[in-house]
Design a protein around this ligand. Structure first.
Ligand code: NAP
Length: 324
């Protein structure tokens, strides 16, 4: 897994805020690409990992569309390479979570689980989190048959029957991954057409372990100690049914992790941070990159590109600041 060796101890145990030139919030492809570029500009960036070291990409079993890896690369492995490369040039990783920001004063103030930072530049790359179905039983049975991560939990479903909900790239990709363990994977999708790319659709449709239930939504997750069945509703006929299963993996999209920036940065109606083509947010000196600011592409390569762009622009911003 990731190299935790270079993680520094929280420096603010003294009660004083630690000042850094560039503070990167989030350790996914956008965060570590930003850190790499900022480190190479000798800005000694500090990366706060957030809850998930490596971001969502690290939870992906195999990434086949990140350039430079013709055979594909493990998500966790790629994340580790991103981290190593950034640290090689001087970036510092702190296993810490930002939980409040104050961008109304300079330097900017960021309060974390372990202390407080002030920063000349903040690069926000806090990514996105899985969307929940919001049906009865889902919350109660999370971790007991309800999952949002096939790479993390697939192993527990060896020779079992599981359901995947969704019709995008994630649902089909993760459904295919689950065939390694499960005896049968049923993909339940609310429409007939899939949002997923053609290659994934072909692979899933041709896979002997994968079945489909279309035009159908899950209305309840049923079980006492663990998932036992799902209540389903056909959206065309209105017909309701019960579907026995050992597990349900939910891949119905992602929502940006922007709660702590409410009222501080301009956001879209869906909660994505608004950035211009230079990754500048509504606050001069605060940049955003990756899925937190990208409702369109959400690829590892596009997030990494946004991170690099944010750091390049941040470097120019700091040069201007120093010149004045
Ligand atoms: P997505 O593309 O937004 O797909 C979400 C799916 O969930 C859609 O099929 C949607 O149905 C369905 N859905 C949404 N809300 C639902 C609800 N309440 N109940 C039932 N179904 C619901 O999300 P994603 O698959 O996580 O992909 C996110 C982004 O990451 C995309 O840009 C994708 O291309 C990218 N990605 C790429 C790869 C890859 O290239 N290998 C892998 C993973 C993700 P509708 O279709 O009816 O709206």
């Amino acid at each position: 897994m990731f190299n935790l060796g270079s993680i520094s101890t929280p420096s603010s145990n003294t009660g004083e805020a630690k000042h850094v030139k560039v503070l990167v919030l989030g350790s996914g492809p956008a965060g570590y690409s930003a850190a790499l570029y900022a480190a190479r500009a000798e800005l000694q960036p500090v990366v706060l990992t957030g809850m998930q070291l490596g971001g969502q990409a690290a939870l992906t079993y195999s990434i086949e569309n990140y350039p430079g890896f013709p055979e594909g690369v493990g998500g966790a492995q790629l994340g580790e390479l991103f981290q190593k490369q950034a640290e090689h040039f001087g970036a510092v990783t702190e296993f810490d979570l930002a939980n409040a920001v104050d961008f109304s004063q300079r330097p900017f103030k960021v309060t974390t689980d372990n202390g407080e930072y002030t920063a000349d530049v903040v690069i926000v790359s806090t990514g996105a989190s899985s969307v929940e179905l919001k049906v009865p039983g889902e919350k109660e049975l999370t971790g007991r048959g309800v999952s949002y991560c096939a790479t993390c939990d697939g192993w527990f479903f060896k020779d079992k029957q599981v359901v995947v909900v969704g019709g995008g790239d994630s649902a089909l990709e993760e459904g295919l991954f689950l065939t390694r363990y499960a005896s049968e994977v049923t993909i339940i999708h609310r429409r007939e057409e899939f949002r997923a790319g053609a290659i994934l659709q072909k692979r899933a449709k041709e896979h002997e372990k994968i079945k489909f239930i279309l035009n159908t939504v899950v209305t309840e997750v049923v079980g006492r100690e663990k998932v036992e069945a799902l209540k389903l509703k056909n959206v065309k006929t209105g017909e309701e049914s019960s579907f026995p299963t050992d597990g349900i993996f939910i891949f119905i999209g992602h929502t940006p992790n922007t709660q702590i920036f409410q009222g501080q940065l301009a956001m879209s109606e869906l909660g994505f941070i608004k950035v211009n083509e230079k990754m500048e947010t509504s606050v001069h000196g605060v940049f955003a990159a990756g899925e937190v600011a990208d409702p369109h592409f959400r690829q590892v390569v596009t997030s990494a590109g946004m991170g690099a762009a944010a750091a390049i622009q941040a470097t120019r911003y700091l040069e201007e600041l120093e010149a004045n």
